[in-house]
Write a protein that binds this ligand. Sequence first.
Ligand code: NAI
Length: 325
Amino acid sequence: MTQPKRIAVTGAAGQICYSLLFRIANGDVYGKDTPVALQLLDLPQAQKAVKGVVMELEDCAFPLLQDVVITDDPKAAFRDIDAGFFVGSRPRTQGMERRDLLNANAEIFRVQGEALNEGAKRDAKVIVVGNPANTNAMILAANAKDFPTENITAMLRLDHNRALTQFAQKAGVSVDAIAKFVVWGNHSPTMFADWTNATADGKPLAEVIGDEAWYKETLIPTVAKRGTAIIEARGASSAASAANAAIDHMRDWIKGSDGDWVSMGVSSDGSYGIPEGLMAGVPVVCEGGAYKRVTGLEIGPFQRQMLDRTVAELSEEREAVSALL
Ligand code: NAI
């Protein structure tokens, strides 16, 4: 019998995982021919709630779900894993400064980085979803000294997917007609949704839409503020769409992106003026279980300005957590 893929998921009692775990168990990441085993991590006080979620997983009778481990120990959660979804993180509470939030999460991801280093397979694929996702991913990588940094990524895919639908609606095409779109930089309101190279059914997207003012004044801020708009409308933050984006990110990385670009937060190699080591959203193409950065793009003045803004924020975040790097 095929060995199951072992998948760690942190923050298992949280709202994103209430969608994510069921999708993974259904075969949405590795496909319908690959059994999976879940290794669920959450805090000690959340263990009872995780057990409740696992009861529901059992009640789905997923044929591919072979084993579930519940733990509050990162070392047990990351042992022998093929993939890790790092969703759990410390939310911002009232009165908490941004720097305090960065530091509280930095400590969580330092501990988890050491555990990942100790137990995970060297070819395991890791996505960090928990915010601040980019900087958390950078800390994870810095503290997993013998684990390949290129296997640690941060999630920009929700921003990417959000923009795709806005473009498709404006252009009157289906979302899969749009190609070569990217979200650069930080998963934060400074992110840069860049349509410069994008096409709709093979034609330049900017020409198809023909409304640059809409792109700059409506699309970019709409995508940047979408998370807040969802909280206002739903009374809770985006969860199912975040889980879906994490699935898309991991599935494309494993199975390939059919030659199209996808946005992934990866450790910068210094290209496009992004300082080396920052975990920044860039365009990549996935093939054969690996991602390749899209290289050699020309960056125009508007792109430069937008890229510099989001990269400056990432640099500030790195500065704030420098003690743990
Ligand atoms: P939630 O608050 O419902 O769940 C978070 C879970 O993480 C809780 O069960 C909590 O006990 C657990 N947790 C906290 N510290 C932990 C630790 N050290 N180890 C293991 N588990 C821990 O939050 P939700 O809605 O599920 O969101 C999770 C994270 O994802 C948040 O940081 C959120 O801001 C982020 N997010 C990121 C997105 C992105 O595009 N990168 C999109 C949407 C959310």
